[in-house]
Design a protein around this ligand. Structure first.
Ligand SMILES: Nc1ncnc2c1ncn2[C@@H]1O[C@H](COP(=O)(O)OP(=O)(O)OP(=O)(O)O)[C@@H](O)[C@H]1O
Length: 242
């Protein structure tokens, strides 16, 4: 679905992203991890054509993202607050996005019902502007907005950040169900290794703009990620020692 060809992004002399080749298949839940400044947001911004590549390109379903707009109808994203509209209430925002994505009032109401539990009575019908919601509730509005209209590809930059623990677990379930039942492709970045290992089918580690690991998720992925980032090997469990 997504093909990255010789993609580079530099600021002045510094190369901040260097991906010779990367292919993301339809239906993958692609997790991107890496320390601060590793290039995660830069990569997502290039996929979404928000910034210009210094070299190379990204295609979505063979459409070069910087040359055509055709990929936009099947792609949606929540990278930061600029992806929502701060002076609308969440209700107004969802109606706006829903209409853009060919949903009628009934479709929108039914769609939002699915998120009643996730919203925890903080989002709908509150007559508060999105910009006045708490950071976590702003994120919820943005992430749910990104799922409207059944997009094939959903790109979420740190979707778990700012959410309370209950909401983080609910979001895991939403993403996993959305991927398995609706066949969506997700690209997700996170600093939370536990969430990434739970939700993603494939995990890529970026270090200073380069891919240093690219693995399919297995039972040992979380321990391997923790070891990679902390340098500490996971303790053998009680059962392993028996
Ligand atoms: N407009 C810019 N001008 C100069 N350097 C930039 C610019 N935008 C990003 N960078 C640099 O590119 C590198 C990658 O940044 P990026 O935001 O992609 O990292 P990240 O992996 O998303 O980090 P974090 O986990 O902290 O969010 C960083 O060194 C950053 O300072």
């Amino acid at each position: 679905m997504i093909q990255v060809n010789n993609l580079q992004k530099s600021y002045k002399e510094t190369v901040v992203l260097d991906l010779p080749e990367l292919k993301i298949e339809k239906g993958e839940v692609f997790g991107l991890v890496g320390n601060n400044g590793a290039g995660k947001t830069t990569f997502f911004s290039l996929v979404l054509d928000l910034i210009r590549a210094s070299n190379g390109n990204v295609t979505i379903d063979n459409i070069p993202v910087s040359k055509s707009e055709e990929w936009k109808s099947r792609t949606s994203a929540y990278i930061d607050e600029s992806f929502t509209i701060g002076y609308l209430t969440p209700d107004e925002y969802f109606n706006f996005i829903g209409e853009l994505r060919d949903m009628n009032a009934n479709d929108i109401a039914k769609f939002l019902e699915e998120f009643e539990d996730f919203f925890n009575d903080e989002i709908i019908g509150k007559k508060k502007f999105i910009r006045d919601l708490s950071k976590g509730n702003q994120k919820k509005a943005g992430v749910v907005g990104a799922l409207m209209g059944n997009p094939e590809l959903v790109i979420l930059d740190e979707p778990f950040a700012n959410l309370d623990p209950t909401s983080q677990f609910k979001l895991r379930k939403i993403i996993k169900e959305s991927a398995s039942e609706k066949g969506k492709t997700f690209m997700i970045s996170s600093h939370d290794l536990d969430h990434v290992a739970d939700v993603c089918t494939r995990i890529v580690i970026l270090e200073k703009g380069k891919v240093v690991r690219d693995v399919q998720k297995t039972e040992t992925t979380l321990a391997e990620l923790e070891e990679f980032f902390t340098g500490v090997k996971a303790e053998a469990s009680f059962h392993d020692e028996l």
